[in-house]
Design a protein around this ligand. Structure first.
Ligand code: SF4
Length: 451
């Protein structure tokens, strides 16, 4: 039997459905995807508070015949709010997130952890609508309920404002494709029983909307092509006058600054919105004079979910950068946007934070504008490529945490971790990672200055 998730999987890629049914042992779910799933289920539970006092139809690990029977019993008993209401029709099983009787009419609500309706949600809701209606149930309308990007937390979560419900747009999209859904169910039901593995080329569907859990399997089947080894030159190509103008514009004391952020779907702190980036760590290398001593400072917030990291972050940052004349960041859009958000959310610090913004200079400029390039940079201006091209002895790959996403997920994981050893080790890894980002900037600028 098909389920909603098998159906949407098959619509994204028929081979993925076939593998899921016939070669499940090849499935590999990465940590980032696991985090998305667990975020989705937490948001699903919160959304139930929007329609409180409902009955849960699924008491087993997965929805099945028992939950479908329970749903029917609830309806017969006059229950008007049912969570995970399960229906079966046309060899397909769906569990509706929330089913509610409103003003005598039944509506279904599909909860999504995004902050807008996405194109992939249409198929998802359309198949549920098809099954529920097809089973003979008098469903009026289907809706998507998602996080409200404009909600600003102030005190306890306001569930009615945290979520927003589409205004009939989904209904208009799913009605016209009901006949097509019936055909797709037939096609995918036949495909999952096929004995031969479908032949599908890898493409966009492998990484969008999520990275496919059979990615490694499919990738391993690709023919191995002999790549001719080309020795890339590390000789720099330099636009000297442009580079000198950039270097001479830098004033000491000079700071090298890098932020790390978390992006909680549900706002954890007052004055924050769904998916807002909350800075929790920075690294700062400070040089008083050219060729002078370099000192290192940092901030890493407490891993306590009741502690908003931003106020202490701001105060320490203002104090530690107040004497700087130039503050280097790498890819200015990120740090500048975070500072502007903190100016909005903490207006009492806006003036001092504004001074920091005025001093920001983007160290990516000489590499983006090709004032300095080597073949070993591979045409990239990312710090992850520039650093090893200039200083092969430094590498991110040796670190346990080696990119911003890992840093973010690691810190979020600490909020609910009780093992002291894991907490200490993770904090140490976070410090090492962020430290390397600003040390990299120091080393990169040394090379530019030496030209
Ligand atoms: S990796 Fe790509 S081609 Fe392979 S099953 Fe997944 S989506 Fe399909």
């Amino acid at each position: 039997m098909l389920s909603k998730s098998k159906f949407t999987r098959g619509m994204n890629c028929p081979k993925s459905l076939w593998l899921y049914v016939n070669k499940k042992e090849e499935r590999l779910v990465d940590n980032a995807t696991m985090a998305i799933f667990s975020r989705g289920s937490n948001i699903g539970l919160l959304a139930q508070q929007y329609f409180p006092d409902g009955k849960m139809a699924v008491l087993e690990d997965y929805p099945g015949y028992e939950s479908a029977k329970r749903t029917q019993d609830f309806i017969n008993q006059g229950i008007e709010t049912i969570y995970e209401a399960t229906f079966i029709y046309d060899n397909t099983l769906v569990a509706v997130d929330i089913l509610v009787k409103e003003n005598g009419e039944w509506n279904m609500y599909e909860v999504k952890s995004t902050n807008s309706v996405k194109s992939q949600h249409i198929i998802d809701v359309a198949v549920q609508y098809y099954v529920v209606k097809g089973s003979g149930f008098p469903l009026k309308n289907a809706h998507v309920m998602h996080l409200n990007r404009d909600y600003v937390r102030k005190g306890a979560l306001d569930i009615r404002k945290l979520f927003t419900i589409d205004n009939g747009m989904i209904q208009d999209e799913i009605e016209p494709i009901q006949a097509q859904i019936a055909k797709d169910i037939k096609r995918l039901s036949a495909l999952e029983k096929d004995t031969a593995e479908p032949i599908i080329e890898m493409g966009n569907q492998c990484t969008s909307p999520y990275t496919c859990d059979f990615y490694q399997y499919c990738n391993s089947l690709l023919p191995v092509t002999e790549v001719e080894k080309i020795l890339l030159s590390s000789t720099p190509y330099i636009m000297e006058s442009e580079l000198k103008t950039f270097v001479n514009s830098v004033q000491y004391p000079l700071c090298h600054l890098d932020f790390e952020t978390i992006m909680p779907a549900i706002p954890m702190f007052d004055e924050s919105r769904p998916y807002q980036q909350i800075p929790f760590q920075y690294s700062l290398h400070i040089q008083q004079t050219r060729n002078g001593e370099i000192t290192h400072e940092y901030y890493l917030a407490e891993n306590n979910p009741n502690f908003d990291p931003r106020r202490a972050f701001i105060e320490k940052l203002i104090e530690q950068t107040k004497n700087a004349k130039t503050i280097f960041v790498y890819h200015i859009l990120f740090e500048r946007s975070r500072i502007l958000e903190m100016m909005r959310d903490f207006p009492e610090y806006a003036e001092d934070l504004g001074l920091i913004v005025e001093k920001l200079v983007d160290l990516i400029i000489p590499f983006k504008k090709k004032y300095y390039r080597t073949e070993t940079m591979g045409g990239s201006s990312s710090i992850k490529n520039v650093l090893p091209a200039l200083h092969p002895e430094f590498s991110y790959s040796a670190l346990e945490i080696s990119n911003g996403m890992e840093a973010s997920n690691s810190f979020l994981g600490l909020y609910y971790c009780e093992d002291e050893e894991t907490i200490a080790k993770t904090r140490e890894n976070l410090l090492k990672y962020c430290h390397l980002d600003t040390l990299a900037m120091v080393k990169i600028f040394e090379v530019l200055e030496s030209v």
